[in-house]
Design a protein around this ligand. Sequence first.
Ligand code: 8YV
Length: 328
Amino acid sequence: KPKVYLATTVPAEVEAYIAAHCAYGKWDQREPIPRERLLEEISDAEGLLTVGGRIDGELLELAPRLKVVSNVSVGYNNMDLAAMKKRGVMGTNTPHVLDETVADLAFALILSTARRVPELDRHVKEGKWERTSDERLFGVDVHHKTLGIIGMGRIGEAIARRGKLGFGMEVLYYNRRRKPEAEEKLGVAYRQLADLLRESDFVVLMVPLQKETTHLMGSEQFALMKETAIFINTSRGKTVDEAALIEALREKQIWGAGLDVFDEEPVSPANPLLAMPNVVTLPHIGSATRQTRFAMAMAAAKNLVAAVQGQVPPDLIPELRAGVEEPQ
Ligand code: 8YV
């Protein structure tokens, strides 16, 4: 059996699936595996299953037999794809299985930021609730407002459906490539980024982290937003210039923010965002439901097994398929 290494814990049924096809080593602690330990453990592995571990030239040099790195995530910014391609190492991710769960979380952030749910929950629990008709408890409406989605991928489309069908919102989108099929199917309208930022009441950032999207939202972009607008980030922290976001909130250039991701994770308790009542913060839980994480782990396991057996996983996305040798 081909030897693989599991750098994260997986459900028992997923481990059993892997065991049926591969010999394997595993890191079975809850905290992430220390890098030096990983570099030792993977020296003879043909496959590596990971949740966002950094895959670079150093690691690849120390794993000469590696054929595949299988992410338990849809994001693959942890992978140096050029270095992997040079060594014939395939990268795989887990698209589709988490789209609806992450879109649900994006709306959890939209609603909880707009109606101040965490802040007012604390207000009640701290015994500060005096009367109901108190404008100090007011939030902002979500229904029938304008939702601007930056990144109209699979998750962006799921968010658009929720806005259109669930809340009667006008939905705008910006995407590197215009998507007439999404406009036709979902009734969303394309805008250049600056226009989307000017027109939207809610701006949701849902792009993959790449060179072109690093700090996609910065001072210039936040300054274009309405002062009554809310910014939501369910992508990666580094798609935002976090200092610019803090400044925009301090200067009241925007009304609030809902964040599931941060420049550094776990986020530092000293981060000024955590002290702002109009900022809702979550610990990168976009896909964090038992059902979805099981589906992700099983999808990653199937990708791992297929690749070490010399096959290309059927749902490998185009961005990761580029340059992958199809079996003869
Ligand atoms: C993480 C995610 O994988 O799928 C992604 O790209 O960001 C999440 O599902 C998960 O939160 C572990 O970090």
